[in-house]
Design a protein around this ligand. Structure first.
Ligand code: SAJ
Length: 419
């Protein structure tokens, strides 16, 4: 089987590598010529554990070819970005462009698979009409499938193989064609359904997580008000066999949880008050953290170092990152802010300068590097104070003031039930 992947980003590249690793001939196409040049020279352009080694292997074997000109193939897999527009609805421009690029190469028997996350009804409402207009009958001449990517950044190589796959065919024949493609390497269950069900299932997975995190973040706010440690509450409540409150934090970032729920709410605004409220709560967290910095320091902080720019630990992706929003809110309050992130080239500057004379260090991203911090950096601060919004720091000691989202109430005029 010859497979063409369109888009070589966080999903397209590992997917292309995985098919090649399992013996398929793969061409990886991207419109970004710099990305193609870098890949052709043997180096990946994103951080993902295990990907560089696997990529080198399939490049050397010739099974994966990064190309800047799309070629005919048996199967076309579209994994391009789906940003949200100003009004938060799903922007399908890159998908439509990919379909336009594929149409001249299509022949009878080909399969087109959309992996990008999209608003409900995009496969049948946007892609299917484009293919039909080009003269193809779906399910007869060509197969059209939505097979949403569901892998967790940081664990993509393992999850691609292990996870179940939702295979949403526009017709049952399309779903079977999609199943045949992923059977080449997926060990998880193949869940065959229709395209619209697949679209909404994917969106609801991320919405479930976003809503659950919002509950945890709301718990932080109410516990701080009541003088109770929210982290301990979660620990206790989660001992119940059917409870799993997620982890609170400085907000929700990345290009999935912070975006996908809007694809549902803009499609059905009247019916989605809960999802909309969850988004509002999570979006409010960076400002809440900035306000908390003022509360803790009694508005005396002049300089703050934010540890982490990436949206979550041990990745280099800064899309929708709460850390950068905290920085903006602090700057608006007249505080000098330094952001330090060893995983993100732009923010990987000299940590000595960032820490020197700082009144507080905020751990905003759970990178392994931040579990322990060199004593020399801490002693160079004006006040040795860490506000750990991720609850990961392991180097707590007497001279250090250490604050988490569970102990914020000690700095507020809360209703002091307990400490
Ligand atoms: N976060 C919390 N508390 C938590 C869990 C996460 O505040 O308990 C925050 C993280 O810090 C981060 C954001 O949420 O800012 C998102 O991180 P994540 O690890 O939950 O998820 P993503 O965005 O990296 O990947 C998600 C995954 N979806 C689910 O777990 C349902 C992944 O499987 C999807 O493939 C991916 O979205 C996607 O591409 O849609």
């Amino acid at each position: 089987m010859k497979i063409a992947t369109i888009g070589l980003g966080y999903i397209g590249l590992p997917t292309a590598v995985m098919f090649a690793k399992h013996g398929q001939e793969v061409i990886g196409f991207d419109t970004n010529k710099e990305v193609i040049a870098r890949l052709q020279s043997g180096f990946i352009h994103i951080e993902e554990p295990g990907l560089q080694e696997a990529f080198q292997g399939v490049l050397a074997s010739g099974l994966l070819r990064p190309v800047s000109q799309l070629e005919p193939a048996d199967t076309f897999i579209i994994a391009v970005p789906t940003p949200h527009t100003e009004d938060h609805s799903c922007d399908t421009r890159y998908i439509r462009q990919a379909v336009k690029d594929v149409i001249p190469l299509l022949i009878t028997g080909n399969t087109i698979i959309l992996e990008s996350t999209v608003a409900p009804k995009t496969t049948t409402g946007v892609i299917q009409p484009m293919l039909e207009e080009a003269g193809f009958t779906i399910g007869v001449d060509v197969h059209l499938v939505h097979c949403p990517e569901r892998v967790l950044p940081g664990q993509i190589m393992a999850e691609l193989v292990r996870n179940n796959r939702i295979i949403g065919g526009v017709t049952p024949a399309c779903a079977s064609a999609g199943e045949a493609v992923y059977q080449t390497f997926v060990e998880g269950e193949m869940l065959l359904t229709d395209a619209s069900t697949a679209e909404l299932s994917k969106l609801m997975e991320n919405t479930f997580r976003d809503t659950n995190i919002a509950l945890a973040n709301e718990l932080v706010k109410l516990s701080t008000e009541l003088g109770i440690n929210a982290l301990k509450v979660i620990e206790m409540a989660n001992k119940h066999p059917r409870v799993n409150i997620h982890t609170p934090g400085p907000g929700v970032g990345g290009h999935c949880l912070a975006v996908d729920p809007y694809f549902i709410t803009t499609a059905a605004p009247e019916q989605t008050p809960l999802i909309q409220t969850a988004r509002k709560i999570n979006s409010s967290m960076p400002e809440y953290i900035a306000e908390s910095v003022e509360t803790i320091t009694n508005k005396a902080a002049k300089k703050v170092v934010i540890l982490g720019a990436a949206y979550k630990g041990n990745v280099d992706d800064i899309r929708e990152s709460p850390a950068l929003k905290i920085a903006e809110h602090l700057q608006q309050r007249g505080i000098e802010v330094h952001v330090y992130d060893p995983h993100v080239a732009y923010y990987n500057m000299n940590p000595e300068t960032a820490f020197a004379n700082a009144d507080m260090a905020i751990i905003a991203t759970e990178h392994d590097e931040f579990k322990h911090l060199p004593m020399s950096l801490l002693t160079s601060m004006a006040t040795m104070q860490i506000f750990d919004t991720k609850n990961i720091f392991e180097g707590v000691h007497e001279e250090l003031t250490y604050i988490t989202l569970g102990t914020l109430h000690r700095y507020t005029n809360c209703q002091q039930f307990q400490s």
